[in-house]
Design a protein around this ligand. Structure first.
Ligand code: NAP
Length: 250
């Protein structure tokens, strides 16, 4: 129970990778704040994730909002402190795709992806910074992507947002290290989630052929690393980008 009495915020945790991360922290005894976008039906989904966490021995509360709105991320940090008394770990996982070839990519799709994926993480970190600095302790894990490391045709907006997130990770790691705050990024390859299920089958096959391990990863492959990076076994690791991708980037 490594995370007993630790408060962990996971953004975009109603489903997919974020949900699995929230469940794993819950199983380690954490007090988890499940944060996700405020759309119809999301409260029930987030509440169900909280129910699973409680059933596994953790504590959990959900809070709905939009990472791209600073008022919402300020409210998220206040909610976590009011409910649980501290903010110890933040996993910036919320992310979207709006894929298209660059000639066809609309300004709106460029802005939406940069705003959620990059500005969203900045907003959460900024909202939490004072609290983490006062505590002189904290861990931030940002969910990047191999697309941010090596680029990907049809994902100019997404790749740029994730490359930006890697720069944000390193800058935050340098800026906050003196206050005992660590910040790392995970760069998943292709993971089986609703996000990759949307890809046409022939594209999925082509991607699998290019992965040395010849398969997509599972959400638990990412969640295991998020929990490791947030814990004491990783206490000397900061400013790093760790690929979890079946060998795609090497
Ligand atoms: P997902 O299944 O689409 O889950 C993302 C979650 O974030 C959803 O619940 C989504 O809500 C929520 N979200 C979207 N915009 C938000 C906002 N503005 N504020 C708060 N929450 C918001 O995605 P995933 O596949 O689990 O991916 C999770 C992260 O891993 C993302 O950052 C993604 O870029 C990254 N990643 C994924 C893969 C992969 O293969 N799946 C690979 C590399 C990196 P909705 O229900 O409204 O969509």
């Amino acid at each position: 129970m490594e995370f007993e009495n630790k408060t962990v915020i996971v953004t975009g945790s109603a489903r997919g990778i974020g949900r699995e991360i929230a469940l794993k922290f819950g199983a380690e005894g954490a007090r988890v704040v499940v944060f996700d976008i405020d759309i119809d039906g999301q409260a029930e989904i987030a509440d169900a994730v909280c129910g699973e966490i409680r059933a596994a021995g953790g504590e959990a509360e959900y809070f709905l909002g939009d990472v791209s709105k600073p008022a919402d991320t300020d409210a998220l940090i206040k909610f976590a402190k009011d409910k649980f008394g501290s903010v110890d770990v933040i996993v910036n996982n919320a992310g979207i795709t709006r894929d298209n070839l660059i000639m066809r990519m609309s300004e709106a799709d460029w802005d939406a992806v940069l705003t959620v994926n990059l500005k969203g993480a900045f907003n959460v970190i900024k909202s939490a910074a004072r609290t983490l600095m006062k505590q002189r302790a904290g861990v931030i894990v940002n969910m990047a992507s191999v697309s941010g490391v090596m680029g990907n045709a049809g994902q100019a907006n997404y790749s740029a947002s994730k490359a930006g997130l890697i720069g944000l990770t390193k800058s935050v790691a340098k800026e906050l290290a003196s206050r005992n705050i660590r910040c790392n990024a995970i760069a998943p390859g292709f993971i089986e989630t609703p996000m990759t299920a949307k890809l046409p089958e022939d594209i999925q096959k082509a991607y699998k052929d290019s992965i040395p391990l010849k398969r997509f990863g599972q959400v638990e492959d990412i969640a295991n690393l998020a929990v490791f990076l947030a814990g004491d076994k990783a206490k000397y690791i900061t400013g790093q980008v760790i690929n979890v991708d079946g060998g795609l980037v090497m």
